[in-house]
Structure formats: C-alpha cells, structure tokens
Design a binder for this molecule. Sequence first.
Ligand SMILES: *Cc1c(COP(=O)(O)O)cnc(C)c1O
Length: 500
Amino acid sequence: MNYLTQTRSNNPTYTTFTDAILDPNADLGGLYTFANITSFQDFSWLKEANYTQICRKVFSQLGIIESLATTGHSHIESALQSYESFRHPQIAPLIQIARNLYCLELYHGPTFAFKDMALQPFSHLLDSLAKEQKQKYLILSATSGDTGPATLHGFANSTNIRAICIYPSGGTSEVQRLQMTTHTAPNLKVFGIHGNFDTAQSALKSLLNKQSFRERLSRKGYALSAANSVNIGRIAFQIVYYFVIAREMFKQGIKKFDVIVPSGNFGNALAGFFARELGVPITKLCIACNPNDILSEFFNTGVYDLRNKTLVTSFSPAMDILKSSNIERLLFAYFGAEKTKQYMESLDTERIFSLTKEELAQLQTVFEARSFSDTACLEGINQAFKEHYMLDPHTSNAYLFAKLRTNTLPTQEAQVILSTAYFAKFAKATFKALKGGDSKRMDALDDLHTLQEIQQEIRTNINPNFALESEILSLFGKKEIHTSIYQVADLEEEILHFCV
Ligand SMILES: *Cc1c(COP(=O)(O)O)cnc(C)c1O
C-alpha cells in the first residue's frame, strides 16, 4: 500500500504520504488516513531492533518509504536523526511500577512531553521535503501547552520553514509558557492571545481555510501547512512506540497486554489502534479521560453528543478537548467512508451522532473508556508517589484506570500505561497532590519555588539524590523574547508581517 485514502470518500484518491503531510487538509472535507493495513506475520525481527530500526520497518510495512519517492530513505534518515536529542538512550523506556503494571515513558524528548515523539522527527521530515521541493513553508499550530514547545524546538533554525505557535494567554503552565516565549531562533514566532484554547484552535482553523490569506502568503513565497494531529505524519511516528512495548513484553515472555492511553484529540490511541492492526498483540485499548468525558461517553454509549457539553479546565489541560479530531479516522477504519461522512456531518450540523448497537459492540471488542475527576487525578499522583513513582496529572488518569481494572484482569495479562509528560511541567497540580496545599498559598508561590519544594519532597521520600532536570529550572533565568499578547483579529496581519 503506497497511497493514503480520505475518510469521507468512497473513491480512493491516491494521495501520497508526502502530499498528505505537506498539505494535511483533504479536499473532500475529511482527513487522510491509512487503509487496508497489512499485519506483520512474523515478529522475530523485533527482538534485536532498536527504536529507529523499528521505525524503518514499520514505515516500510505501511508503504511510507516508497511513497516518499526515490529519496524516501534519506528523508526518513534525516527525520530519525532527531531522536539523538532525546535524553534517554532507549528513547521510550518501559518501566515496571507494580506486578503486571508497566509504564512506557514518552517524555524523554527535548520538551519533556510525549508530543516530541512525533513532532521532532516530523519537523525534520518536513524540513527535508521542503528543501527538496525548494519551497518555503509557514507552519501554524495552536497549543494548549505541549504542542507549542515541541513544534518550536523541532523547527528552530530550519532554513525553509517559519513556525508560529498560538497559545491562550494564562492557559498554559508557567514552564510550558517559558518553553515557548524564551525561543531565540529567528524563524520562530509565538503569539499569546486573549481567549482560551478553543479560541486559539478556531483562529488557526479559520486561517488555514482562508483563501485570501493563503494567496497573500503565496505572493510572499510561502505555502501553508499545519502541525496538529490532523496531520497523518504525526500519527505515523506514534505507531512506533507500541512496538517498543511488544519488544519488551516478548523479552519477559508476556504475549498479550492492554494499553491505557491518557486521551484528548485521540491521536495517541489511534496510533495504538494502527499498531494493533499491524499485529502488535494489544488485547484492549483503554481510553482514560479527565472531567471532559466525551470520549468515555462515546465508547460506553455509542453517542457522541456535544449539545450539553461545555469545556471544563482541569489539571490535565492537554486532555481538555471536546471535539476529538481523530475519532473520524477510527470511524472510517470500522465503518467506511459513507458512514463516516454521515456521522461527521451530523456532528457538524446537529452536534451529535449515534452509532447503532452493532457498531458500538464492534468498537467495544477493542476499546474501553473511563473518565476521572480532578480530585481523583490528584489522589492518583499521591498514590503512585507512595509506590515510589512520579506521575504527571495526565498520566494519573491512566494510572487510576489501570488500578480499577487490576482486580478483574486474568493473572497473566499485563497492563501498560502511557506516560505523556514529565511531572515538573505541571508544578501546581503536582504540588497540590503531594502536599495537599490549599490553592491560596499556591497562588502566592511562583512556579520555581513550587518546583523546588517538590524536589525536596521527592528527595526525602523517594530518592535522596533526586534532582529536577536543569533544562526546566534554567528556563526561569532565560530572557523572554515573545511577550506580546494579541487580539485574534490582529493575527493575520501580524503573521504576514513576520513572513518576509
Ligand atoms: C497531547 C497530550 C495528550 C493527549 O493526546 P492525544 O493524542 O491528543 O489524545 C495527553 N497528555 C499530554 C501530556 C499531552 O501533551
């Protein structure tokens, strides 16, 4: 299979992987996706394979390398070089935290969030393609906190690409904000805006769809692309780490496992589904949600209903999402283009769609889902801490789900939670969980002091030598470059002004 298909079209459109990542908006209103994935029959190669070798093997099975034309190999090689900036030699280490419970740590990339797993190689790939095409690109992204730093880091100093991040002012953690505003590379720009993440996301979408904006950019020599998980390129890189889990499990003689994914836009879990299609022996994919419980409602009732939902802000902001873009690709994989089109159009116009009983039953053979309150989230961090493992608030939701399932699980079956961020990015929530501090006192402490108190706490309780990563602490001493906060209405002119 060398071509991608579109989720709302019955006629295969034969878009190559290159075209889909350079211009992720499918012309029939849907998304590009993989179709007819062929499973590996043999996994003997996996035992000795390291992270980048797994990636080459998976991309070749998906037809991606051929689809990148004759120079495919060199593009992939330059993408894979980005893993050299990761702090852990295994890239994504699997840690055992209890009997039959493991954690795949996806936060050892340069910005301490799982977004690095895909955005680092993805940005290098895009840069390499842009150079080959001798085309300049403007990459836009909206962020609730983790996508922004990873995108900026990935594209910093890339010659043919300018990257812009739009974030809601006041809507990210202090560490996340500094990871963006202190960037010095001349091809990067960060716009804080007045509004929440939805405001930022809609501003991004309307610019991406605005013809006159594209034309003005094009007169300046720029093509427009986006780096959110609507881009199939990001999903592709995320499939790889599910094979890492399999490799480690096979080494221990474990043949089947369940994976629990802290979910928001459903990109991570969808990559797990594709890995399962490729033969990774995942029994269940479990979707952990925060108080924004639309996905858990969907997988438990078959109804995706936006009508009575309002977004609530939680301790796990990267999961504060109601319109989960990648559900569309799951619908396509199970029910085909016609049904997907019908359901997604119904979501747009009626703000609801409902699966049939049979369709729901099909999904439930693979998926389970649950949502957890903010109070539970803090308890999860605290409970894991007592078991000598530090969780960030996103991962805590997955941990709680695993703990709930433990009793009903056959003794041979292992559970793996995916850890999506380093806890120190979320100092306030972690502090509150460990010290039970009331929020009034926390407001008075700035994040640096909060982090230092957490460091003390961990030293005394877990590890006498524990030190926070110096890259995080040093952010507080850096000069902030991108300090202005903008009105959404002014973004277009500001962006054009930046694209010289
Ligand atoms: C983005 C993100 C998630 C959600 O991942 P999706 O692929 O959008 O479901 C969870 N946790 C963290 C820390 C994230 O940055």
